[in-house]
Design a binder for this molecule. Sequence first.
Ligand code: GSH
Length: 200
Amino acid sequence: MKLITARPSPFARKVRALLHETGQTGDVELVETSTVPTHSNPQVVAANPAGKIPALLRDEGPAIYDSRVICRYLDARAGAGLYPEARLWETLTLEAVADAIMDAAVLIVYEHRVRPPEKVFDGWADAQWEKVARSVKGVNDRWMSHLGGPLDMSHIAIGCALAYLDFRLPDRNWREGNGALDDWFAVFNTRDSMQATTPE
Ligand SMILES: N[C@@H](CCC(=O)N[C@@H](CS)C(=O)NCC(=O)O)C(=O)O
């Protein structure tokens, strides 16, 4: 199998961290690429018409995307139990929160990197940050007992989302007022799967 990926992408990182956690790194070749909304990479489009990373090219069957589908597929393939039946809806909801943080953060990055400077709308980027800040606070206030439990996909997704904020938006300071989540992340980020997939 081949994973269309990009080292900075937090969505692709979810998949790569899962590969580490489930012992499947040797089964998937990483194909590094890059793409932005204004210049979709043809290699990415060939796999995913939306032109988004990650996409997984399987040896049998069509390419699959997006990150949530790929993670669920690879978890099932390994029988790893990262989507535990007993906590399935909580796990999926918390993974969705992580993806929402990533979506909003990526849009802030695009606002400053992709849009011509005279068209940048700071108020819009700030509104995206409000989505990030509310979501991070929601995790800190309501989800710490889940994050303190056995590893599941939502832990990996939240870890990748917070690491992306540190990587791309360090000045926005997600840690303020979120001490419990900060403490959790400091430990989670030392896992081999996180250390092996740091963004560049
Ligand atoms: N919901 C998608 C989001 C993927 C996504 O937004 N990826 C970004 C890179 S971090 C991308 O490919 N952007 C290119 C574009 O929007 O055209 C997923 O979970 O895989």
